[in-house]
Design a protein around this ligand. Structure first.
Ligand SMILES: Cc1cc2nc3c(=O)[nH]c(=O)nc-3n(C[C@H](O)[C@H](O)[C@H](O)COP(=O)(O)OP(=O)(O)OC[C@H]3O[C@@H](n4cnc5c(N)ncnc54)[C@H](O)[C@@H]3O)c2cc1C
Length: 383
C-alpha cells in the first residue's frame, strides 16, 4: 500500500487548491477525483464564478476575500494565465434588504471603496439594467469573475509541478482511521496517509455521514441568453451583480466564453437532490424562471437561449461554510457546505485546509465555520 503525507479527496474547486497549498509546503500529497479533471458533474463548472469584496453574507468574509484575491493573482503569475477578470460588482435590493444593507455594512467595516446608486443612477450608468424605483445598488470596483474550470486546472498543474500526484477517474469507496492516520480505499487501489482532507462538494455527506443534515445538495440551473444589444453586456460595460427582487435573489455576468448574458437564481426551484441520482437536464420550466427575470430587469439581454446547464449547491443550515477538523478524528479535515458562494474563496480555502492538515489550526479566523455551531440544531456532538 503506497503511503502519503496527505490525501485530498475530491479534486474540484476546493480540493485542487488544497492540493496545491500542501504541495507548496513540501508535503507528499495525492489527490483523488472520481470524474475527469475538470468535469461538469459537481459545483464548479459553467466557465465563470463571481468574486466580490463587498460581502453582504457577513463582514467576516472580507479578510478572507482579501487573501483570496492575493492568492488568485499569485496563481495567475505561477501558471502565466489570466484567471480573474475585474468588472466591478453591483449588490442591489430594496434599501432595507439584506443584499444592500449587508454589502454596505461590509464596505463600512472594512473601509472598501464603493458608490451607492439609486435605480435611476444605476440604469443610466449601466444601461443594460432596467430596474424599477425602490431598488438601491452598491457598486464596488474590485468585483469581477473567475474562470472556474481554468482555476482548477491551474491549481492542479501548479501542484503537479511541485510533485503532487493526481488520479482522475478514481472513486473513493471509503476511508477509515488507523491509529493516528487513515486508509483510503478506491475502485482501483488502497492507500494510507497521515492526513486526509475531504473536499467532496455535493458528495460530502456520503463521505462523512455526520454531515448529512449539515451539507445538503440542491439542484441549480444556469442560463445564457443572447443579448439584443451585446455592447451593453461586455466585461467593460456590465459589472457582475447580485440582486434581490420580489421574484427572488439572482446573480449575473457579462458575456464571456459563451455568446450570452449569464444568469442564475439562488435556490433555483428549491430542489434538494441526491447528486448520484439527480435530473441533470435543464427543462423549459427552468429556463422560464431565468428568462422572466431577465426580460423584466435586463430586457436588452433577453434574446434567444444559447445554453442551459445544471449544477449543484451544497447548503448548510446557516449558509456559512464548514472548515474544520472531523469531530472524531483530528487527522481528517473537512471543507464542506459552500452554500452557493464558495468558489471565489477556493484559493484561500486551499491555504486553510493545508493549515488544518499540517497544524490542526489556521492563521485565518475560522470561528464562523466551525462544526460546533450546529451542535444543538443538528444533534452533532463534536468531541
Ligand atoms: C450554478 C452555480 C453558481 C455558482 N456561482 C458562484 C459564484 O458566482 N461565486 C462563487 O463564489 N461561488 C459560486 N457557486 C458556488 C461554488 O461554485 C461552489 O461553492 C464551489 O464550486 C464548491 O467547490 P467544491 O470543491 O466544494 O465542489 P466541487 O468543485 O464539485 O468538487 C468536489 C469534488 O469531489 C469529487 N468527489 C466527490 N466524491 C468523490 C469520491 N467518492 N471519490 C473521488 N472524488 C469525489 C467530485 O467529483 C468533485 O470533483 C456557484 C455554484 C453553482 C452550482
Amino acid at each position: 500500500m503506497t503511503h502519503y503525507d496527505a490525501i485530498v479527496l475530491g479534486v474540484g474547486g476546493m480540493g485542487s487548491a488544497a492540493l496545491y497549498h500542501l504541495a507548496r509546503r513540501g508535503v507528499r500529497v495525492l489527490g483523488i477525483e472520481r470524474y475527469n479533471i475538470p468535469h461538469e458533474m459537481g459545483s464548479s463548472h459553467g466557465l465563470t464564478r463571481i468574486i466580490r469584496l463587498a460581502y453582504y453574507e457577513h463582514p467576516a468574509y472580507v479578510p478572507l476575500l482579501r487573501r483570496a484575491y492575493e492568492l488568485w493573482r499569485q496563481l495567475e503569475n505561477t501558471v502565466q494565465e489570466r484567471l480573474l477578470i475585474i468588472t466591478g460588482s453591483i449588490d442591489a435590493s430594496p434599501e432595507d434588504g439584506e443584499v444592500f444593507t449587508g454589502s454596505k455594512a461590509s464596505c463600512h467595516i472594512h473601509h472598501l471603496p464603493h458608490e451607492v446608486l439609486d435605480s435611476h443612477a444605476l440604469n443610466a450608468r449601466f444601461p443594460g439594467y432596467r430596474v424599477p424605483q425602490g431598488l438601491v445598488a452598491l457598486y464596488q470596483p474590485d468585483g469581477g469573475f473567475l474562470l472556474s474550470e481554468r482555476c482548477i486546472v491551474a491549481h492542479v498543474m501548479a501542484a503537479q509541478e511541485l510533485g503532487a500526484e493526481v488520479h482522475g477517474r478514481e472513486r473513493v469507496m471509503g476511508w477509515e482511521p488507523t491509529g493516528g492516520g487513515v486508509e483510503v480505499g478506491t475502485d482501483r487501489e488502497r492507500y494510507s496517509a497521515d492526513k486526509l482532507v475531504i473536499c467532496g462538494g455535493a458528495w460530502g455527506s456520503k463521505l462523512v455521514p455526520e454531515l448529512s443534515t449539515l451539507a445538503v445538495p440542491e439542484r441549480q440551473v444556469l442560463a445564457w441568453f443572447q443579448p439584443l444589444r451585446p455592447a451593453l453586456f461586455t466585461t467593460a460595460t456590465f459589472p457582475v451583480f447580485n440582486m434581490a427582487v420580489e421574484e427572488g435573489r439572482y446573480y449575473g455576468f457579462p458575456m464571456y466564453g459563451i455568446p450570452g448574458f449569464k444568469v442564475g437564481r439562488y435556490h433555483h426551484l428549491t430542489q434538494n437532490v441526491d447528486p448520484d441520482n439527480m435530473d441533470r437536464e435543464a427543462h423549459r420550466e427552468d429556463e422560464e424562471v431565468l428568462r422572466a427575470f431577465t426580460a423584466r430587469y435586463f430586457p436588452e439581454a433577453a434574446g434567444p437561449t444559447m445554453s442551459l446547464k445544471t449544477c449543484l449547491f451544497t447548503n448548510t443550515p446557516d449558509e456559512h461554510f464548514i472548515l474544520d477538523l472531523h469531530p472524531g478524528f483530528p487527522q481528517v479535515s473537512l471543507a464542506a457546505g459552500f452554500s452557493g458562494h464558495g468558489f471565489k474563496f477556493c484559493s484561500v480555502v486551499g491555504e486553510i485546509m493545508a493549515d488544518l492538515a499540517q497544524r490542526g489550526h489556521s492563521r485565518h479566523d475560522l470561528e464562523l465555520f466551525k462544526l460546533q455551531r450546529f451542535r444543538e440544531t443538528a444533534g452533532m456532538a463534536p468531541s
